[in-house]
Design a protein around this ligand. Structure first.
Ligand SMILES: *Cc1c(COP(=O)(O)O)cnc(C)c1O
Length: 390
């Protein structure tokens, strides 16, 4: 039986896979099992920050693998401390909790918010406001945080205490804060799975102000927007707000599983011994990978992300077959006149790998994609969007 047949037979049917088996890659190029070459425009859903088989990443991982792969959280461990120190220095966060995924990072943030509220406001202040059209993960609690009914179906009752406000509508946030006992507002700054929908600066600043007025925490989910993706190390930095908690995962480990919940001044001492944990959290290999990734996200890389982003926006905006281009940095959504799924499959035939977000063609290339490859890929998207619209 082929790999595709065995997959259908033995892998839980949770993913609608493309008809493509990726076997290996180098940088922003990936190859299927027959050797056909593709330009990777999704980097494993914003995970492979520096592409495939990157030598610096491989070195960092190999070096750690040859020393120690795991110790448990019963002992001190250097890679874990070094990554946390680096993250705190670069963000102003005070403390970090490491898990293994975005959902786990968000679970931690939700526990921190409820703990903080029960200590500072009272146990009845457990509600958390999230936004409609958001995505925060697949566990029962992060599903509850996710403001999209389609994900809730079949899994009720979900964790109680989540309320959904309209994105970019401050009145809707305030109405919920006024009428409910709340611990936090939690949101993505650019709704990724929701169709690459950025929040407006005024809305985000307004939410921050409301959080202060109602003495609630502001939690920013940077699982997808984080780690250089939007042209800042974390997107909140370009929105100019100070959050109380941020979460990240995806690109942090450059391809290895790691998630982080970062706590700022108001929340740094909320978690105490025995209140949270994760067997694999802070795993030395994942942390060594994370250090190598964060160290390389310097100003030079960040400005190249912004420059590449500008190229994509300038090239595609207003083109035939393209209705709109949204996003920030190298997290880009393209609304095409033709169905996004059809545009994507035509792109794949021509050796380009974008993915979908709602009704859009989504681009999340490796941050170091060479300009020539990006240009080549964007030309194909431009042609395909036009062809498909006709
Ligand atoms: C992907 C994603 C998650 C979930 O991350 P997992 O690692 O799949 O658990 C949570 N929030 C946002 C914004 C995401 O994009």
């Amino acid at each position: 039986m082929s790999i595709k047949e065995l997959d259908k037979k033995h892998i839980a049917n949770t993913y609608a896979r493309f008809d493509l088996q990726i076997s290996h890659g180098s940088g922003s190029l990936v190859y299927d099992e027959n050797g056909k070459e593709y330009i990777d425009l999704s980097s494993g859903i914003a995970v492979n920050t520096f592409g495939m088989a990157d030598p610096v990443f491989i070195n960092a991982v190999n070096e750690q693998l040859n020393k120690c792969q795991h110790t448990s959280n019963l002992y001190y461990s250097e890679p874990c401390v070094k990554l946390a120190t680096l993250l705190c220095e670069r963000t102003g966060a005070k403390k970090v909790f490491f898990g293994n995924s975005g959902a786990e990072a968000n679970e931690c943030a939700i526990k921190v918010a409820r703990l903080w509220a029960s200590e500072n406001k009272g146990e009845e202040y457990y509600n958390i406001i999230t936004l409609k059209n958001s995505f925060h993960g697949r566990t029962i609690t992060t599903l509850a945080a996710t403001g999209q009914d389609v994900f809730h179906k079949y899994f009720c009752p979900l964790t109680e205490g989540f309320l959904y406000a309209e994105a970019n509508n401050l009145d809707s946030v305030e109405a919920l804060l006024k009428d409910n006992k709340c611990a936090a507002v939690m949101m993505e700054l650019i709704q990724g799975e929701g169709g690459v929908m950025p929040l407006s600066c005024e809305f985000v600043a307004g939410v921050k102000e409301l959080c202060e007025r109602y003495n609630t925490l502001l939690v920013i989910d940077e699982v997808q927007t984080g780690n250089g993706r939007t042209g800042a190390l974390y997107a909140y930095q370009s929105y100019g707000i100070s959050p109380d908690v941020i979460t990240t995962a995806k690109g942090l480990g450059g391809g290895l599983p790691i998630g982080a919940c970062m706590m700022f001044e108001r929340t740094e001492n909320v978690l105490g011994a025995g209140l949270h944990g994760s067997t694999f959290g802070g795993n030395p290999i994942s942390c060594a990978a994370g250090i190598s990734i964060i160290e390389r996200i310097d100003n030079e890389l960040l400005s190249s992300v912004t420059e590449k982003s500008k190229y994509v926006f300038d090239t595609l905006t207003g083109c035939e077959g393209i209705k709109s281009v949204s996003g920030l940095g190298l997290m880009i959504g393209i609304e095409t006149e033709a169905d996004a799924g059809i545009v994507i499959s035509k792109c794949m035939e021509r050796g380009i790998l974008p993915i979908k977000a709602k009704n859009k063609v989504r681009l999340l290339p490796p941050l170091n994609i060479p300009f020539e490859l990006l240009k080549k890929a964007i030309e194909v998207i431009k042609e395909v969007a036009k062809e498909c619209a006709q």
